[in-house]
Design a binder for this molecule. Structure first.
Ligand code: SF4
Length: 760
């Protein structure tokens, strides 16, 4: 189906807006309803995946009850307690729709699936297999993610398969894989109270992972010290022994500086370094230039505070570093994570009870999604699509010729540019909202407009679905069963509470039916998610992320199971690397990290560093949480945080509407004048769409290794609205271009991207 361009409205005037909805599901406050069933399951939102019970009455989800699960102990955050209101929400997508003459019309499943399959066959016959792409989401169960990966490689035969976890913590994944030989948090949350010092680097734990806080408080109750590294004085930072408010984008300089001071203080665990690691001498040499004074000049943190932090951290045993998007959303995200790992290894902490380093995964199934094969370079079990042996294994497992198994395709950030260039002609988007979540989203709009066929499977209309040629109504998490893998590497079981609303179907089922119409039904003859799980377990057997020993019954009975779990009698592996690392020689690898500044530094035109992030009331692109009354009423629109000294200099009052501008564009929003942010830094939450999206402003440059965008820092200006009008008439020039930073642009015009082995 060709796209009717008349339908599309430029993003800045685009009026698809569900800000006003915020309506909970009907019946949410009807006091006469009493639950007849309590269904044990988990929250659908962040990577913590808290245990909860869904209350069901007469086939409807009517509420939530606490569940004493090992990692959340009955606690839920503000998002978790209202997650259930999505299930019967009045704005759920109920029927398949096809766009005809610019209007979305209700059709039957048969019509919708037949139309998609026919168009894909035409497109692939004319332009090749790679002209159709799959862009998948990491909030789906492992079963759905597995089917998505298999569908791309087996049914479509396209190499362009990637997931939105690319935008989350893929840099940490690569760093852990390089350093440890395996990408997973090395320890469970329940280990945290054993730490003697916790250093939180670039993680707003209290807002983004509220339930992790109870484990940090337990450590504090036992006397642990706390260091927080963040340009904002986050709620956690307010309780810390030391807050290090660094300039956004200078993380690896600080981590190198801390390591240099640990060395100077004689706090390196020499025996551990000698017997369990390799690469130490290069690392030691690389951090030598980062004296406290030099580190202060780069990071803006006073030298004495750097020394104090190194001593607090260096004196504790065990000590734990927790990090998240603050250091991972960067053009040097992999380096930042490796610098944190170097510090933990130098102190001999990784593999200890309560010690080491851990990333806090943001998305519900960001961890499992890639382990089961929906990342561009990965096959189930954490096998690599560019590894001959792994390819042979998976081709044999799926019963296909290895020559038909596609190679690595474009990363999610690259895919969009291939769409804009016309190389990808069609894409199916599963449970993802590119229009809000990708940087420089004017480019994303161009890409979606250029597609001949955009298919979106989701349960709510989103800013991305608004561009779809075909919309497929998906079931929500409470309407299906399956597993997810949380930020600890704990595989947990999602249980079905109710039947799908309207004509909604689980994504795995939608993909299986499409595969049948593409002539590949024999490979997708699953009759339920359990059958998918059993194939998935076998597909991962013998791989790094081995799920084979886990049954749904064991997962439910044992409070989740940690991979690797290679045999049915295996207890799972909550704590990794206690004796050896996963590299063949059993050693962790240390890598020298050479500080590189952010791609955009402030200048006379853009004097601030703009950073973005989450708030407690919303989840990712807000497609779900902006519809839930309580959450929406608490944070109905974005704001820009600015320090009082900067606001006074510019004459900006609290709550005044201002304009924030970068080299990509500008947006108007409310100023929040707060003393809890560096005076040279601005912060905007990223959960909003269209004119309220901070991703109109963010820098699309990516980490050359893993293609994760530099969401966390770009140069920006902020103005009162009357000043902004004059500046818009004569905008300043951009201070970087693809010519000056070619390796950091996700796509360079004229170059074919997504070649095998490019992204990791
Ligand atoms: Fe738990 Fe995260 Fe859900 Fe909050 S959003 S209840 S922390 S899983």
């Amino acid at each position: 189906m060709s796209v009717n361009k008349d339908f599309f409205i430029p993003i800045r005037d685009f009026n698809y807006d569900f800000q006003s909805s915020g309506q909970p599901a009907p019946g949410w406050n009807e006091s006469d309803k009493v639950a007849d069933t309590l269904v044990p399951t988990h929250c659908c939102f962040c990577g913590v995946q808290c245990g909860m019970y869904l209350k069901v009455a007469d086939g409807e989800v009517i509420g939530v009850e606490p569940r004493d699960y090992p990692h959340n102990r009955g606690s839920l955050c503000p998002k978790g307690v209202v997650a259930y209101q999505q299930v019967g929400h009045p704005e759920r997508l109920l029927h398949p729709q096809i766009r005809r003459n610019g209007i979305l019309e209700r059709v039957t499943w048969d019509e919708a699936l037949g139309f998609i399959a026919r168009r894909w066959q035409e497109i692939q016959a004319q332009h090749g297999r790679d002209a159709v792409a799959v862009y998948s989401g990491s909030s789906m169960t492992n079963e759905k993610c597995y089917v998505a990966g298999k569908f791309a490689r087996v049914a479509l035969g396209t190499r362009h398969m990637d997931y939105n976890g690319r935008l989350c913590m893929s840099s940490a994944a690569v760093a852990y894989d390089r350093a440890f030989g395996l990408d997973r948090s090395p320890l469970p949350m329940t280990d945290i109270p054993h730490a003697g010092c916790i250093m939180v680097v670039g993680a707003n734990v209290a807002e983004c992972f509220p339930i992790v806080m109870q484990w940090i408080w337990r450590a504090r109750d036992r006397g642990a010290s706390l260091i927080v590294v963040d340009p904002r004085e986050t709620p956690l930072a307010r309780t810390a022994d030391l807050w290090l408010p660094l300039k956004p984008g200078t993380d690896s300089a600080l981590l190198n500086g801390l390591l240099r001071q640990v060395i100077a203080d004689g706090a390196v665990d020499d025996e551990y370094v000698a017997t369990r690691t390799s690469g130490w001498s290069e690392v030691r040499d690389a951090v030598e230039p980062f004296t406290p004074e030099e580190t202060e000049s780069i990071t803006g943190i006073p030298a004495q505070r750097i020394i104090a932090a190194a001593r607090l951290y260096g004196a504790a045993d065990p000590s734990l570093i927790l990090h998240a998007r603050g250091i991972e959303h960067s053009t040097h995200g992999v380096d930042n994570c490796l610098a944190a790992i170097n510090l933990a290894l130098a102190r001999g902490q990784v593999g200890k009870l309560g010690g080491g380093v851990s990333t806090l995964t943001g998305q519900g199934n960001g961890q499992g999604g890639r382990e089961v094969g929906q990342k561009a370079n990965q096959l189930p079990g954490y096998r690599h699509i560019t590894d001959e042996e792994d390819r042979l294994h998976m081709a044999a497992f799926w019963g296909m010729d290895v020559d038909d198994l596609p190679w690595e395709g474009a990363a999610a950030t690259e895919m969009v540019h291939l769409m804009a260039e016309g190389e990808i002609k069609s894409c199916i988007v599963l449970c993802s909202n590119l229009m809000v979540s990708l940087p420089d989203n004017g480019v994303v709009q161009d890409a979606l407009e250029r597609l001949e066929l955009l298919v979106v499977s989701d349960f709510f209309m989103s800013e991305t679905a608004a561009y779809a040629d075909v919309i497929l109504p998906a079931a929500v998490w409470a309407e299906d069963e399956g597993t997810t893998t949380n930020l600890e590497g704990r595989v947990i079981k999602i249980n079905k509470a109710v039947e799908p609303i309207g004509e909604a179907r689980p994504d795995w089922q939608i993909l299986c039916e499409l595969a049948g119409r593409l002539g590949k039904g024999d490979y997708f003859s699953f009759t339920g998610a359990r059958e998918v799980w059993d194939e998935l377990r076998r597909a991962t057997q013998g791989g790094v992320a081995d799920y084979y020993g886990m049954t749904w019954e064991r997962i439910d009975a044992e409070g989740g199971l940690f991979w690797p779990c290679p045999e049915p009698g295996h207890p799972g592996t909550p704590r990794l690397f206690t004796e050896r690392f996963a590299h063949p020689d059993g050693r962790a690898r240390m890598f020298p990290i050479h500080y590189r500044p952010p791609v955009e530094e402030p200048d006379e035109h853009y004097p601030f560093r703009l950073t973005s992030g989450r708030v407690v009331y919303h989840y990712l692109s807000g497609t779900q949480t902006r519809r839930l009354g309580f959450l929406q009423s608490q944070a109905p629109e974005p704001w820009v945080e600015i320090h009082p000294s900067a606001a006074a200099r510019l004459g900006i009052a609290n709550e005044e509407r201002v304009r924030v501008r970068t080299a990509r564009g500008s947006m108007e929003l409310k100023a929040l004048v707060v003393p809890t942010i560096r005076p040279d830094t601005l912060f905007i939450p990223f959960h909003y769409g269209n004119k309220e999206s901070v991703n109109q402003l963010t820098n699309p440059v990516v980490d050359p290794t893993v293609k994760i965008p530099e969401y966390k820092v770009c140069a920006a200006a902020i103005e009162k609205l009357e000043t902004a009008a004059a500046i818009e008439a004569d905008p300043p020039k951009v201070n970087f271009t693809p010519e000056t930073f070619p390796e950091m642009f996700p796509y360079t015009v004229g170059e074919t991207k997504g070649a095998a082995g490019k992204a990791h």
